[in-house]
Design a protein around this ligand. Sequence first.
Ligand code: NIG
Ligand code: FE
Length: 418
Amino acid sequence: MTRLLFVNAAQVVTCAGPGRGRRGAEMADAGLLTGAAVAVDGESIAAVGNGDSLRRQFPDAAEIDCGGRLLTPGLVDSHTHAIFGRARYEEQEMRAAGIGYMEIARRGGGIHSSVADLRSRSEDELFDLALPRVRKLASYGSTTIEVKSGYGLSLEDELKSLRVIARLQKALPVRLVPTWLGAHEIPLEYREPTARRREYVRYLVDEMLPAVANEKLASFADVFCEPGVFTTAETREILDASRGAGLAIKLHADELEPHGGAELAADLGATSADHLGAISTRGIAALAQSTTVATLLPGTMLFLGRSSQAPARALIDAGAAVALATDFNPGTSPTFNFPLILTLGVSQLRMSAAEALVAATVNGAAALGVAKSTGQIAPGYSADVALWDADDFREIPYWYGDRRCMGTWRQGKPCHAL
Ligand code: NIG
Ligand code: FE
């Protein structure tokens, strides 16, 4: 079995601690060590400690010289929509001219235009488009990336999207967590007359879900729960059924308008509630008292030109577990740059650099239900690490827009090298 010894790091940010999301004040402690070495045995972290004693303990380990730089857990990007066809740059100008995101959707743009586009493409074509995109996401420091379907909205096109994710997983060393988002929007063919939306919900539950579950193509089910998209009652119905079929659940909640999405997520015991740009005071309290991770996506609010951001401080101060993610997608967050999201976490959400890093590692892992094995540099954890051209962890959010990641390892194997 391959043994590795990471030596000569200026700092090792371990995020070590309990194998669950960090809540409230716990998020301030990123487990910073100076002058520590990290031993890897096979796929797992074996030990963290003094370099000389680890050399004696692991005499046959291949040494990796960190060159006085920063070592962190590989980032965990817990929310992306990476399976899509064409870019949607025309909508950016429409929003600048005062046409809102929901209005663009009502006119058949937005998610609908990505759906028409994805349906016209073959699985091979989608794979060829997604492969370099996911590689690029990984090049910014992620070793685990959640990827959603959601631009198919028919049995055939959702299965096609999820099969692309399965093929990407075979082709790439980064870990992918597949999510079925058949409930991303009511497709145009189910919008008239209004009663047809009910048929779409039944189609999701009775036809799409069993097929997705049978083929074991997804770990999670997700719903875009938002006024004008899926109601809280519909969301509950879809996610209850999904859980019944063996999938874990998460939801897009209170993204643009407060409507009880966070409360519903807490009530359902969802693994995460994502967006929360318009969460209510009651929603904050509900998440703080639940195990549901509050996943914030500040790149989306920035790109949509919204003047407000999710209340990260209020969530953390109330005792919630907050994660950060890119929300990489063609409509609202076309960025590959996860460290830039950490910049927004500090500058816009008023998190500390340590909180932002915890939000992008251990809490990202918790948002994907894998915090017992992933997101920490601690004995027994998956040897997923990132090496950065920085000597202080606060440089990750500081050099905004830069790509400081020099390489990542997943399960002890090189995952992405620059
Ligand atoms: O997370 N909010 C819903 N879904 C995506 C956007 C999808 C799109 O506009 O294509 C999001 O922002
Ligand atoms: Fe999203």
